[in-house]
Ligand binder design. Structure first.
Ligand code: PLP
Length: 477
């Protein structure tokens, strides 16, 4: 399809501005740009068609099944969008006096209260704009905590190999050394190995639970105890809280700090669909270090508190992506105290249902009951028929299904990681199972056909290495 600049025609446009009714102020020539801004010039009709065409080339949650593991691509209820579009939320300015924005501050305060209740934390900041940003913020809290106690030798963060890839990256960015702990054959943290690596240089542990193979670590209480006894703090990666929300609380498992992905678990759109939000919750011992400003409630009024001498500072302007918090709060209030655990139970049920339907032909990496996602390995097909996880993923595209996460986690060969979510019906899961079986039969009978997939999409197989190494992001005029 044509790029928007290729559709542009000199002089065309779609804005009709009213006559200026304020004094005209001219900009000094020193501040004027020398060249006019390169903007595409299109009629509203052309513009509308351009975006509709773009939309047809993508696959979103609104198009079909989207079992992208570790991403929680659940349906985003439209009522959330309606609430977040209310002018009381959209027509405010972050610098206006707190007395005139009481409702919005109440949203932040209530969201903090509910999410702390769900996670077992004492306080929360909404500043981080994404999960990885939340990890980085949480690690800075851990660092500030040890520094405030003059405990300066704690420079190591322990990260099990079943963690999400962002965990070690965030720890490195926060200036820590990373200590890797391998998993046991059952997919959980190897507790004996953990005991060997803790010491008086342990700043903390970062754990993704349920981990990236979809398992709830059965030794969770022992793990947090080992870290605390060594003087470290425990960080819970709660990006995918979908399997456990309303059922168990990381705070009760012994964790001191957590991040959530509102754009996964709490149903706000993500990817191309909108900005993210990675709030960080913590126990009281870390509260003094939270980023500023903090919303406080005094005498039934809300205000922003900037006066926090031990704060780590600001990690994003103002209060983060505020409207995302409005959408998440709308979701929490819609589901309520009964609906939140029910969503978690259905996510786990859907996942186990699909896993068990596929078990007859596909090999599961871990044969236990899964939480919100399961991982299968295509290594046998790869060996016998030269059909890879990539081939299966591409064949799924031809059948109207977004592929699962591929080649992740790294500890599983030829991995496909499937997360159906609670918002898919039994019929959708049955249809998906039929498609997976059909593809398997084709892999056995006619493997070379799968090397050709996808054949029905607007682009075929892409040169992914070249796209990543030499991205072409600018239009050359
Ligand atoms: C998605 C995810 C992250 C990273 O979140 P972003 O918003 O993409 O930065 C971290 N940990 C886990 C377990 C995740 O699934």
């Amino acid at each position: 399809m044509k790029l928007i600049f290729e559709r542009s025609h000199e002089g065309r446009g779609c804005s009709i501005l009213p006559e200026c009714d304020v004094p005209v102020v001219s900009v000094s020539s020193a501040n004027k740009r020398e060249q006019p801004l390169h903007l595409p010039q299109l009629s509203e009709n052309d513009l509308s068609r351009h975006y509709t065409e773009l939309m047809k080339h993508t696959h979103g949650v609104n198009d079909g099944f989207y079992p992208l593991g570790s991403c929680t691509m659940k349906y985003n209820p439209k009522v959330n969008e309606e609430i977040a579009a209310l002018p009381g939320f959209t027509k405010i300015h972050p610098l206006q006096p707190s007395e005139t924005a009481q409702g919005s501050l109440e949203v932040l305060h209530k969201a903090e209260e509910f999410l702390c209740e769900i996670t077992g934390m004492d306080n929360m900041t909404f500043q981080p704009a994404a999960g990885a940003h939340g990890e980085y913020t949480g690690l800075l809290l851990i660092k500030a905590y040890h520094e405030a106690r003059n405990d300066k030798k704690r420079n190591k963060i322990i990260v099990p190999d079943s963690a999400h890839g962002t965990n070690p990256a965030s720890a490195a960015m926060a200036g820590f050394e990373i200590v890797n702990v391998t998993s046991s054959p059952d997919g959980c943290v190897d507790v004996e190995k953990l005991k060997e690596v803790v010491g008086d240089d342990t700043a903390g542990l970062m754990l993704t639970n349920p981990n990236t193979v979809g398992l709830f670590d059965k030794n969770i209480l022992e793990i947090t105890k080992i870290i605390h006894e060594a003087g470290g703090l425990c960080y819970y990666d709660g990006a995918n809280l979908n399997a456990v929300m309303g059922i168990v609380r990381p705070g009760d498992m012994g964790f001191d700090v957590i991040h959530l992905n509102l754009h996964k678990t709490f149903s706000t759109p993500h990817g191309g669909g909108g900005p993210g939000s990675g709030p960080v919750g913590c126990k009281k011992i870390l509260t003094p270090f939270l980023p500023t400003p903090v919303v406080v409630k005094e005498n039934d009024k809300y205000r922003l508190d900037y006066d926090r001498p031990q704060t780590i500072g600001t990690v994003k302007h103002f209060y983060g992506n505020f409207l995302v918090v409005v959408k998440a709060l709308s979701y929490i209030l819609t589901l309520g105290k009964e609906g939140i655990p029910e969503a978690a139970q259905n996510a786990v049920l859907n996942c186990n249902y699909l896993m068990n339907k596929l078990k007859d032909v596909y090999n599961m990496a871990f044969d236990e009951g899964c939480m919100h996602e399961f991982v299968m390995t295509i290594s046998n097909l790869k060996k016998d028929k030269d059909v890879s996880a990539m081939d299966i993923a591409k064949a799924l595209l031809d059948n109207g299904i977004h592929p699962p996460t591929m080649y992740f986690p790294l500890i599983v060969e030829e991995a496909l990681m499937v997360e159906p979510t609670e918002t898919e019906s039994k019929e959708t899961l049955d249809e998906a199972s039929d498609v997976f079986h059909k593809i398997y039969e084709e892999a056995i009978a006619n493997p070379s056909a799968l090397h050709e997939a996808p054949v029905s999409t607007s682009v075929r197989r892409l040169d992914e290495v070249n796209a990543a190494r030499n991205p072409h992001l600018r239009y050359e005029f």
